[in-house]
Design a protein around this ligand. Structure first.
Ligand code: AMP
Length: 287
């Protein structure tokens, strides 16, 4: 789509299905990029990968109330649809699906998708109910759009594994594609929540990724996971983070805990900097 073209903004399931049906009739493949908006270059990497795998990309923007806990940032989460639409247009998306909460959860809505195993532990401990909120909304988005492929960032690595499990368990006929993390030049993973950081916190934030790299080097050198991650937690706390929810080595696909890097692993962290909770992760292969 050229930048002058107006991006269709779809508000209902009917409008969404109509545009997808039109494209399919023309023999086009369709990709879906689910987001909560406040879009940045990380989201655009998903759009770009979508355009490699399909002919048309629909981005959805929906700040999903049921994936936020009672004391989380649902009401303050940044909402800026006009900017999101402009960024999507200039990055080649074919439509923006931006339903209201009433469209997604009409009066009487009563169904929850809950995924065992990979949802437990890590963010599942500190954010109870979060992954069932994610799995429920993503199931709905996939069934509403029925895309050929749906793209999710490795930034939310546990979420990606939950969605893979859910789509496979429910036989949803869609390819789930993970996209590598897009980072600032100093290593901080791009996130809509980075906007919450003060200047001082922003200067501290890259320590999270640096620590993942340092802990990763220790694990690759043969150090056991308990001692390497304990060292990493103390580094993050000494560097100015207020608390660490977890810093764990897990199996890269099942997310089961690993004692050492004896198979492909994923190092995952969640830590709090002032009032902002940051997450990051790093893939590791044994030497
Ligand atoms: P969000 O809007 O934060 O819910 O994110 C929507 C999608 O974009 C999710 O699949 C995220 O994992 C992905 N995403 C967010 N930030 C990044 C990033 N820095 N790199 C890659 N993917 C990202």
């Amino acid at each position: 789509m050229s930048p002058e073209t107006v991006l269709p903004i779809l508000r209902s399931v009917t409008e969404l299905r109509r545009i997808v049906a039109d494209w399919r009739r023309d023999g086009l493949k369709v990709a879906l990029v689910p987001t909560m908006g406040a879009l940045h270059a990380g989201h655009m990497a998903l759009v770009a990968r979508g355009l490699e795998l399909a002919d048309r990309v629909i981005a959805s923007v929906f700040v999903n109330p049921i994936q936020f806990g009672p004391n989380e940032d649902f009401s303050s989460y940044p909402r800026r649809e006009a900017q999101d639409a402009a960024l999507l247009t200039s990055n080649g998306a074919g439509a923006l699906y931006a339903p209201s909460a009433d469209v997604m959860y009409p009066e009487g809505f009563s169904t929850t998708i809950s995924v065992g195993g990979v949802s437990e532990g890590l963010c599942g401990v500190t954010r109870p109910g979060h992954f069932s909120g994610v799995a429920t909304v993503v199931t709905k988005l996939l069934l509403q759009a029925l895309p050929d492929v749906a793209l999710f960032g490795e930034k939310d690595y546990q979420q990606l594994q939950v969605i893979r499990r859910m789509a496979s368990d429910l036989d949803i006929p869609v390819r789930i594609e993970g996209v590598p993390i897009v980072r600032e030049t100093d290593g901080l993973a791009l996130s809509s929540r980075n906007a919450y950081l003060s200047a001082t916190e922003r200067a501290t934030a890259p320590l999270l990724y640096k620590t993942l790299q340092d802990v990763g080097a220790r694990l690759i050198a043969g150090e056991d996971a308990v001692s390497a991650t304990a060292w990493g937690k103390s580094e993050v706390l000494a560097g100015g983070f207020g608390s660490v929810d977890y810093l764990d080595l897990r199996d890269a696909s099942s997310l089961k805990p690993l004692d050492s890097l004896d198979r492909p692993g994923r190092l995952l962290v969640a830590a709090r900097l002032g009032r902002t909770r940051l997450i990051d992760n790093l893939g590791l292969l044994p030497r």
